[in-house]
Ligand binder design. Structure first.
Ligand code: NAP
Length: 331
């Protein structure tokens, strides 16, 4: 197989945003490997997605120990992509991984103990063939482990050089504030919070965005397309090759008539802006400069390119925002 060589124009069209008060700039659009990069997927397809992403200025690739399926295979496959050429650009990449959900049997393969986090990152580094990741996240808060222990593990990982920065994911505003405080006290400040945020999931607006802005911590919005619902994917039924048809994390039952009514109305607004619905959904998040990056998934290069074009128009007149709010709040 021929080695990948990055396009020389890769930094021309992407914009980069500062992550909180740190020295790190992240691309406005980042690529997540939760789906489409597992052992059940096709190497040629997903390697082309990763290469096209980097060719278009996406420098940030997000993984977790359990991404696949099977769990761990997305990291292994990303390791293969790195070996097949992307790794030559290691210093141009921000690679993240996480631990916090079930990974292996017994009491040490889940949640937020020091034992689990440190062992899991060592496994992730082996799977990807890396000496370090750029960001290591606590994937979710653990109600049974002292927060000092979980954050202490992140801090030690950073001090050991196995990750350059620490991050948290799925923490509520109060938990975030405490975690940020501990990491600050440890001398390894929290870089970023990874939160579910889209037109269909606006809970970060209830305190999290404000907390992170006050603390000068970045926010990266995951599932910004609501797993594909905020695109044209389901406008005319449920395609056989869609995430909803696979039914693991997005169920057919979630594509309700009520949701479709909103999707159709939002699609009309997108059309009036000269955008696809996916582009408008991403632009709607990027209009807020507290959002450092939107973390998309893509099952094809075509979807990736559609999403990249979101950056061409991220401005919204106030009447359009009011209309979007009305549609989203409609019963
Ligand atoms: N921290 C956490 O707990 C957590 C949880 C979830 C996700 N994440 C991160 O967030 C990343 C993104 O999550 P996500 O995959 O749910 O994001 P998403 O961008 O909301 O959904 C991606 C899916 O939408 C469809 N799609 C994307 N672009 C499209 C387009 N232009 N037109 C039509 N359909 C399009 C594709 O589905 P089809 O397969 O149907 O084509 C694609 O796989 C993950 O990879 C992961 O890195 C983090």
């Amino acid at each position: 197989m021929e080695q990948y060589r990055a396009s020389t124009s890769r930094y021309e069209s992407m914009s980069y945003r500062r992550c909180g008060g740190s020295g790190v700039m992240l691309p406005a659009i980042s690529l997540g490997l939760w789906h489409n990069f597992g052992s059940v997927d096709n190497y040629d397809n997903y390697s082309q997605i990763a290469f096209a992403a980097f060719d278009n200025g996406i420098t940030h690739f997000d993984l977790a120990n359990n991404y696949g399926p099977e769990a761990g295979s997305a990291e292994e496959n990303f390791g293969r992509i790195l070996r097949n050429g992307l790794g030559a650009y290691r210093d141009e990449l921000m690679i993240s991984t996480k631990a916090g959900y079930y990974m292996w049997p017994g009491p040490y393969g889940d949640w937020g103990s020091r034992k689990y986090l440190i062992a899991s990152l060592d496994q992730s580094l082996k799977r990807m063939g890396l000496d370090y990741v750029d960001i290591f996240y606590s994937h979710r808060p653990d109600p049974a482990t002292p927060l000092e222990e979980t954050m202490g593990a992140l801090s030690d990982i950073v001090r050991q050089g196995k990750a350059l920065y620490a991050g948290i994911s799925n923490y509520n505003p109060e938990q975030s504030r405490r975690a940020i405080e501990i990491l600050k006290k440890n001398g390894t400040p929290c870089l970023i919070h990874q939160a579910k945020y889209s037109m269909f999931q606006r809970s970060p607006e209830d305190g999290l965005l404000d907390t992170l802005a006050e603390e000068n911590v970045g926010l990266i919005a995951f599932s910004p397309l609501a797993q594909g619902m905020l695109t044209d994917r389901y406008l005319h039924g449920i395609p056989a090759d869609s995430r909803a048809a696979r039914g693991m994390f997005l169920k057919k039952e979630q594509i309700t008539e009520e949701k479709l009514k909103k999707i159709r109305q939002l699609n009309k607004i997108a059309e009036s802006r000269g955008q696809s619905l996916a582009q408008m959904a991403l632009a709607w998040l990027l209009k807020d400069d507290r959002v450092t990056s939107v973390l998309i998934g893509a099952s094809s290069v075509k979807q990736l390119k559609d999403n990249l074009a979101a950056m061409e128009n991220t401005g919204f007149p106030s009447d359009q925002l009011t209309e979007i709010d009305r549609i989203l709040k409609e019963d």
